[in-house]
Design a protein around this ligand. Structure first.
Ligand SMILES: [Zn+2]
Length: 308
């Protein structure tokens, strides 16, 4: 289970593919959606193939790629749209997660698996357009209120804080295990979903996370095991914890009233890492969660669905 491969080797030449078939997926305990595969001939009787879950993916969503009929040691690289995808063993199969950026143009993008013997398998992933809702969102008095000056400051500060968070490194090994879990033990109510556009004055700000209802001081738990890479106070994101789970997977917890972990600390799945609050750009207590795959913030609710 722990054996994994993380490869950054450049894409090999594609030698073409010949068959298209429907495959039965033997990991239905992980995901329930259907699949189809495009496979290449190999020396084995059952061709190597790639399965994509869920079967339909839109802007801002994650996808799980399962590699069928091959040992992990025979995999040289997996790429999506030319970018390396970390491969790990999950439910006894080589698996990778990819994130579709909220702004990635709808269309067809290639997944290419390269084996150590030079053979390749290719599958196209179709990114569908997401319907983006818009809603106005004011600036709280503590951040200057609804003035053009505080709006400019908000946008500039967000850009600075996003740059800091984008630079958080990820481990080259898998630090998590099993399904990711919810960060709250209270009743789950989503107060603001991922993906909509907030109209703040003349600026538009994409909400790249999920807001959960959480009274001030509600315990917040690590969604899986990993290493704390950020535990600090930002102007807009408030008290923030970032946990790196390795292979490009990171979870972010924002607007906390209290941080209970330190940078460099190893945390277990379900460990309490802080208390919810309304620090930073927040108009009421809640817990904002972001999930990043390869630096791309995807819909946390859709990510959790991959483990159902
Ligand atoms: Zn939020």
């Amino acid at each position: 289970m722990k054996k994994l491969i993380w490869l950054l080797l450049p894409l090999a030449l594609i030698v073409g593919y010949v068959t298209r078939e429907k495959a039965v997926v033997p990991i239905s305990q992980v995901v329930s959606m259907g699949t189809s595969t495009t496979a290449l001939p190999t020396q084995t009787q059952t061709p190597v193939s790639l399965s994509i879950f869920p079967s339909s993916i839109q802007q801002g969503e994650p996808a799980e790629i399962v590699i069928n009929n091959i040992d992990a040691t025979d995999i040289k690289s997996l790429t999506f749209n030319g970018k390396s995808v970390g491969v790990f063993m999950y439910n006894s199969k080589p698996t990778g997660f990819i994130g579709i950026d909220l702004k990635m143009a709808p269309g067809t993008y290639p997944l290419i698996l390269t084996l150590t013997d030079g053979k390749t398998a290719k599958k196209d992933l179709i990114v569908r357009k997401r319907a983006i809702a818009e809603a106005p969102l004011g600036i709280p008095d503590k951040l200057g209120g609804n003035t053009s000056a505080s709006e400019a400051a908000l946008v500039a500060t967000l850009a600075r804080e996003n740059a800091i968070l984008a630079a958080v490194p990820t481990a080259s090994t898998m630090l998590w295990s099993g399904p990711f879990v919810l960060p709250l033990h209270t009743a789950i109510v989503v107060t603001d979903p991922y993906g909509y556009t907030r109209l703040t004055g003349l600026s538009t700000i994409s909400h790249k996370g999920t807001d959960f209802r959480a009274a001030e001081g509600t315990p917040v738990y690590a969604m899986n095991a990993g290493t704390v890479k950020v535990a600090e106070t930002f102007v807009e994101y408030g008290n923030t914890v970032v946990i790196d789970h390795g292979l490009g997977l990171q979870t972010l917890y924002m607007h906390l009233s209290k941080i209970e972990v330190s940078v460099g600390e190893t945390v277990e799945k379900g460990q309490e890492i802080g208390k919810s609050g309304q620090t930073g750009y927040a108009e009421a207590p809640h817990l904002h969660i972001s999930v990043k795959i390869g630096g791309i913030s995807i819909d946390p609710e859709k990510f959790l669905e991959l483990f159902r």
